[in-house]
Design a protein around this ligand. Structure first.
Ligand code: GLC
Ligand code: CA
Length: 606
């Protein structure tokens, strides 16, 4: 147990005068995918001791909070998002003592730790689920068990309770011969959905959350938390059960209809979140609780994150990272600046008066932004576009999230063979679409995987140019669980650390700017150049302090938008450049010429 008093952490808010906002209003969060961050014992898998050994790097970068993807005991079907024991650490990652040590060492450096928590579902190997397979056990009603469709032999094709498909491929129903019934799983069949309608389930979850908070962690990132409340009728039946309520729902190319409309932002979500807040967080201070919220609208974000409603502190919205997919995740369409800006604008506008925004382009489920929307084809383009997207994101109002390696400009994996992938979503998706439903060609699916597959974010962290990038020892007996990107010889922390022009140094500046400026952390946000198809521009204002952010998000030069030019047109003084993706002098000249170079971004004090 750590004896840690949260009030001794630096009060980041007080430092820039933005009170009475909560401490996280000017914090920057760094996400660690433990499996891929640092291996300490040569088994090819990152672990807790590895993270502890890298804390000085994170403190140097200047982030405030570390979010750890799940490290609980798990069969690792979905890399830990399938938890079989919430109150233990998976031996792959270490022990509870290692976790306590990481907490203590992080706290010493002023870093808070937020744990990922998956309570929409458990692993099928969790004791609750195993008990639930017996109809007479007290846990019988802890999951969504349903009989076969009337008139069908249980376990035979087409006998599933309804035609819902899992997001990870195949039916969303799995037959359990022991119980003689089906259980519902939005994700893999090893991730059965918990039945949040059952108060006993909720009680057990809150008890476990309190156990972790008492142990000294600083909050949670709640996995797909807005999917815990399902739409049921007055008899507790899901749509389509025993009848035709969803018979008319469109069946997708893969032959299933999506449970998403009935599981996302469901009827009791506000009630459950407020109850969780009361039961776990009331009376605690210095924590933060952020929810993953696919399908939540910006307006609903305002409601859930409005402190007056006592639900969650922040949500992750996904509309802005869905702009390059249409219909299916695997049907990709080109990036357009306008689409990104429109989605981000909605998100910013919705929390103008109440609520709060989280800001991210990257996480463990998203490809690397520099490869996805930037240009990673040569060093110059890569560094410039990484900085341009970093600048756009970090100058918004909200709490920014950095995903491990983003601060180095790490790129997609550029895998060319299916065998290189590890992610069940990628492997199931390929099997189902290319081999079973035959709705996508192998070439097109491989191209989609290379562009937006989740493994792109999961290759090992690139610490140095050595054989395994410093992720594991060069003479480690076991290869890393997923291949190291060969470009680690050029893109790595050791190379970038002391380089004043590196992406790493640029991110350090972005973080420091937020800490030191109430205008950046909490100031008002106003869009400019709303019609530009190349430039993303806005101002941030706090009292009489205003900064201008203008970024060319394309690979070709762009005219300075007229409303931006007007703001800068006093013509007497030279613009005061606070940060440029090139260098300040060059950007002063660009502005004078009325033209931004490719990926040129600049923050100007007005
Ligand atoms: C969330 C996680 C993702 C996981 C899924 C199921 O979206 O971020 O990695 O696969 O939930 O738990
Ligand atoms: Ca290890």
């Amino acid at each position: 147990m750590t004896n840690f008093n949260r009030s001794t952490l630096p009060d980041t808010v007080r430092s820039n005068g933005a009170t009475p906002n909560p401490w996280w209003a000017n914090a920057v969060v760094y996400q660690i995918y433990p499996r891929s961050f640092q291996d300490s014992n040569g088994d090819g898998i990152g672990d807790l001791k590895g993270i502890t050994s890298r804390l000085d790097y994170l403190a140097d970068l200047g982030v405030d909070v570390l979010w750890l993807s799940p490290v609980y005991r798990s069969p690792q079907d979905d890399n830990g998002y399938d938890i079989s024991d919430y109150q233990d650490i998976d031996p792959l990652f270490g022990t509870l003592e290692d976790m306590d040590e990481l907490l203590a060492e992080a706290h010493k450096r002023g870093l808070r730790i937020v744990m990922d928590l998956v309570v929409n579902h458990t692993s099928d190997e969790h004791a609750w689920f195993q008990a639930s397979r017996d109809k007479n056990d007290p846990h019988a009603d802890w999951y969504w068990w349903r009989p076969a469709k009337p008139g069908h032999e249980p376990g035979t094709p087409g006998a599933e309770p309804n035609q819902w498909g899992s997001y990870f491929g195949g039916s969303a129903w799995e037959y359990d011969p022991k119980r003689g019934e089906y259980f519902f799983h939005q994700y893999s069949k090893k991730q059965p959905d918990l039945n949040w309608e059952n108060p006993e389930v909720r009680k057990a979850v809150y008890k476990m959350m309190n156990w972790w908070m008492d142990r000294g962690i600083d909050g949670f990132r709640m996995d797909v938390i807005t999917q815990i409340s399902k739409t049921v009728d007055k008899n507790g039946r899901l749509p389509g059960e025993d009848g035709s309520e969803i018979a008319d729902l469109p069946v997708g190319e893969e032959g299933y209809s999506s449970p998403f409309p009935f599981c996302s932002d469901g009827p009791r979500i506000d009630e459950f979140l407020a109850e969780m807040r009361r039961e776990v967080f009331e009376g605690r201070e210095g924590y933060m609780n952020v929810g993953e919220a696919p399908g939540i609208t910006p307006a609903r974000n305002e409601h859930v994150t409005d402190p007056a409603n006592k639900e969650l502190d922040m949500l992750f919205l996904f509309d802005h990272v869905g702009i390059d997919q249409e219909g299916s995740k695997w049907n990709t369409v080109p990036f357009e600046v306008k689409n990104l800006r429109d989605r981000m604008t909605e998100q910013q506008e919705a929390v103008r008066k109440a609520g709060w925004a989280s800001l991210f382009f990257c996480n463990h489920d998203q490809p690397r932004v520099v490869s996805r929307w930037g240009n990673d084809s040569d060093r110059d383009s890569r560094e410039l576009s990484a900085k341009a997207f970093g600048m756009v994101l970090h100058m918004h109002r909200g709490t920014p999230y950095i995903y491990e390696g983003e601060e180095l400009g790490m790129t997609n994996a550029h895998f060319t063979k299916l065998e290189q992938y590890r992610d069940l979503e990628a492997l199931n998706g390929y099997r189902q679409r290319v081999e079973e439903a035959k709705c996508q060609s192998s070439e097109s699916m491989m191209a989609a995987l290379a562009l937006i597959g989740r493994d792109n974010a999961r290759t090992p962290m690139q610490w140095d140019a050595s054989k395994y990038a410093g992720f594991t020892a060069p003479d480690a007996p076991v290869e890393p669980w997923i291949s190291v990107n060969p470009n680690h010889v050029e893109i790595n922390a050791a190379e970038e650390f002391d380089d004043p022009d590196s992406v790493y140094t640029f991110y350090k500046k972005l973080i420091a700017m937020r800490h030191n400026s109430a205008t950046i952390s909490t100031g008002e946000w106003h869009l400019l150049a709303a019609d530009s198809d190349q430039v993303y521009a806005f101002t941030r204002t706090n009292g009489d302090d205003t900064i201008l952010v203008v970024v060319n998000l394309t690979d070709r030069s762009a005219a300075l938008p007229s409303d931006v030019a007007e703001l800068l047109s006093d013509g007497v003084s030279e613009p005061q450049v606070l940060l440029s993706t090139y260098d300040a002098m060059r950007s002063v000249k660009s502005i004078a010429r009325g033209e931004l170079a490719r990926w040129e971004g600049v923050v100007i004090q007005l």
